[in-house]
Design a protein around this ligand. Structure first.
Ligand SMILES: Nc1ncnc2c1ncn2[C@@H]1O[C@H](COP(=O)(O)OP(=O)(O)OP(=O)(O)O)[C@@H](O)[C@H]1O
Ligand SMILES: [Mg+2]
Length: 703
């Protein structure tokens, strides 16, 4: 133990800065600086991550209350300087094992067993460990280099000079072989960008940028051709040789890729088939009675032996007589895969490999090493907010669907309004026309802002990935999102508001014009904030749009136009609904803004003119004692409230929802168990952890 710790330190010493700060592989001077920053000491010390898991069982509750063991009694370890491959057929629990180790289990999954990092119980979310998930959530409008640069600015310490940050970014680009596409955009629904394999590599690049001590990757090579798969795996191996701990799940690796792994964890149906040196697996299978036939890729052979789907395939083929049986000496032809799996699992349990693994786990667990607390970002809050705002602004300005399309639609619609209500004037009929014009502008025109929802959902996906990896905090995200959207919303509302105001010729006067556009701006921003809050709870864009439209429909109904304010039924609809509706405040303000001070013709010319104040009070039932500016400020304060709600929703989603879901799942399980009387006490199982508590000092991971 001490030896390998010393070895890491020696490596650090050996790779002391050459002076220019340029990094090319090895434990770079930069990553050394990072760790020094983190630990606030001159001497870096042992910062390696030794991960062990013992008797790890993960049980999931299904919607009908049944439970299913996804993982059963897994024991293993991962050491610095090594790369561990998780292999197994689809559905064998590879992703679940990675999730369990990185404290990211689904809310209906319960964990028992011990997971120790450097001999201590730690929850590895929010930046302690980096996790590259199976799907790539990236910002489509940025180029590869920009994506990585922003990520660097978001997380590297402010003090580090930009030249060093850039050197790190460039070295990461080279390390992941992304030079050729470094200036190509990632791509989205309307932009053709980099290939799927390159996206995969960008996702990996983002996580290795900070040189994490512990790196989890879920199928980093899926979708890559054999050359890029080999390249990526070689890079991961290079990282591990730098004193890092790498665990990756892999589907069907080629023999070249397989040879790069140090350790192999073979899973089938959630059980361990083999854990040990990757190079010894060949021997293990031979000892268990399933030697790898000549001319077969060993890893293919291992997976062939443990994939029970082959039984079904064979049965089907047999039934349709498509399989011709030729005599060969492959033991798998004589027995079913299910039997083979059982034999292998039993064989492993009593083998020296299992024994050695347990011994090693015990040995590693005994050494209480450095507490690797949440790594995450080392940039200041200001730097995070600034970078996020800039990144989000660039994304918004490049994504045609985010605001530009809306600007076009807004201008078109307001020109339509302008022509329909052209020079509305002050005759008797214009009274209602002005009312309906205002109601249309503040009802339907603001409503059109829900069109931005799909873009919000994309933003939220990127946020969730980055948040879980500890790139930045919720406050920085909410703040940056608010600020970056501001110029676009101003542009849209000022252009379309101006078109509408001057075509219709609403109440003349600069202040009246200003009120009109400000009110439109505030209302559209409220809709944006409302939709953002919805996006944080409902990450599905169809459902989100339906919910957003429903909420706004109700708000519009109580705005005081479709039913006059005093006629709205008092319980619920008038109090509090109409006061919660921003449409209500917008209309109250705009009616006053437009009618106050104007004189309208009466029904016949011989009757006296009607003052605007009279119409406000008797026809539209507006509270004229309240200034229109008060109405406007209420809408502005609603923006703040909705943004706070947005913030709270994210927090609730992170902390409360997992707890509630876990509680409900546990209840369902208990009810079911009450009748079934199973041997596992549900209370003994740990609920999947709340995301916030990344360092668990209470030790609930142990049964
Ligand atoms: N939260 C959950 N609720 C219900 N079932 C689950 C849950 N998590 C995992 N499972 C089930 O556990 C099994 C293992 O899933 P997992 O995603 O870990 O497989 P995998 O080995 O990663 O597969 P693949 O190679 O296809 O990604 C699957 O049958 C899956 O349906
Ligand atoms: Mg998976």
């Amino acid at each position: 133990m001490l030896n390998s710790a010393n070895q890491v330190i020696m490596e650090i010493e050996a790779s002391k800065p050459a002076g220019n700060g340029l990094v090319m592989g090895g434990l770079s001077p930069l990553s050394e600086t990072l760790w020094r920053e983190k630990t606030n000491t001159e001497f870096v010390g042992d910062v390696s991550a030794r991960l062990t898991w013992k008797d790890l069982t993960v049980m999931v509750t299904l919607s009908n209350g049944d439970t299913q063991n996804v993982l059963e009694g897994l024991t293993g370890y991962a050491e610095p300087g090594s790369i561990t491959a998780l292999m197994g057929p689809s559905g064998s629990g590879k992703s679940t094992l990675l999730d369990a180790l990185s404290s990211r289990l689904a809310t209906n999954a319960f964990l028992s067993g011990t997971i120790l990092l450097n001999g201590r119980r730690t929850k590895l979310s929010f930046g302690t460990a980096a996790y590259v998930t199976q799907d790539d959530n990236l910002i489509g409008t940025l180029t590869v280099r920009e994506t990585i640069s922003y990520s660097a600015r978001l997380r590297l310490p402010d003090k580090m000079p930009w030249s060093e940050k850039r050197a790190l970014v460039e070295s990461t680009i080279i390390e992941m072989g992304l030079q050729d596409c470094a200036d190509t955009v990632i791509g989205n629904w309307h932009l053709r960008g980099i290939s799927g394999g390159e996206k995969r590599r960008v996702s990996i690049a983002l996580e290795i940028l900070m040189r994490p001590r512990l790196l989890f990757l879920d199928e980093p090579t899926s979708g890559l051709d054999s050359a890029s798969a080999f390249f990526v795996t070689q890079t991961l191996r290079g990282l591990s040789r730098d004193g890092r701990t790498v665990i990756a799940s892999i589907h069907q690796p080629s023999s070249e890729v397989f040879e790069l792994f140090d350790r192999l964890y073979l899973l089938s149906g959630g059980k361990t088939v083999y854990f040990g040196q990757a190079s010894e697996a060949y021997e293990f299978f031979a000892q268990a009675g399933f030697p790898c036939p000549a001319l077969r890729n060993p890893s293919d052979h291992f997976l062939r032996c443990i994939n029970s789907d082959f039984d079904k395939v064979k049965a089907t083929l047999k039934g349709s007589m498509k399989l011709r049986f030729e005599s060969n000496d492959d033991p798998l032809e004589k027995i079913t895969t299910a039997e083979a799996i059982r034999t292998l699992i039993d064989f492993y349990r009593t083998s020296q490999y299992c024994y050695a693994a347990r011994e090693k786990v015990e040995e590693i667990s005994k050494v209480k090493g450095t507490v690797l607390d949440a790594g995450g970002s080392q940039a200041s809050f200001f730097m995070q907010s600034f970078t996020l705002t800039k990144r989000s602004f660039i994304n918004m300005s490049r994504d045609f669907g985010y605001y530009w399309l809306r600007l076009v639609i807004y201008v078109v619609v307001t020109i339509c309004i302008g022509t329909i209500y052209l020079n509305v004037g002050t005759n008797y009929n214009s009274i209602l026309a002005r009312g309906s014009c205002a109601s249309f502008v503040f009802g339907f025109v603001t409503f059109m802002s829900i069109g931005g929802f799909p873009s919000f959902v994309e933003d939220m996906k990127v946020f969730q990935r980055e948040r879980l990896n500890g790139h930045y905090g919720v406050t920085a995200f909410v703040l940056s999102n608010t600020i970056s959207a501001m110029p676009f919303l101003m542009l849209i509302t000022f252009i379309s508001g101006t078109v509408c105001y001057f075509m219709v010729r609403l109440h003349p006067g600069f202040l009246h014009y200003l009120f009109f556009v400000l009110c439109l701006y505030a209302s559209v921003t409220v809709v944006e904030s409302l939709m953002m809050a919805i996006a944080s709870i409902v990450p599905n864009f169809l459902m989100g749009i339906i919910i957003g439209a429903g909420i706004q429909g109700i708000f519009m109904l109580v705005s005081g136009y479709f039913r006059l304010p005093k006629d709205i039924p008092k319980p619920v609809w008038r109090y509090p609904m109409s006061y919660i509706s921003f449409h209500f405040w917008a209309l109250q303000g705009q009616y006053q803004n437009d009618l106050n001070g104007l004189m309208f013709d009466n029904q016949t010319p011989d009757l006296p003119k009607i003052p605007g104040e009279y119409i406000l009070e008797t026809v539209f039932q507006i509270d004229v004692n309240r200034s229109k500016w008060v109405d406007l400020s209420v809408i502005f304060s609603m923006i703040v409230v909705y943004r706070i709600i947005f913030f709270i929703m994210i927090k609730i989603n992170e902390d409360v929802t997992p707890w509630v879901r876990g509680y409900m799942a546990r209840r369902r399980m208990q009810q079911k168990n009450g009748t079934l009387n199973t041997t596992v006490a549900p209370d003994g199982l740990t609920q999947s952890p709340s995301l916030r508590a990344y360092v668990d000092r209470t030790g609930t991971t142990e049964r």
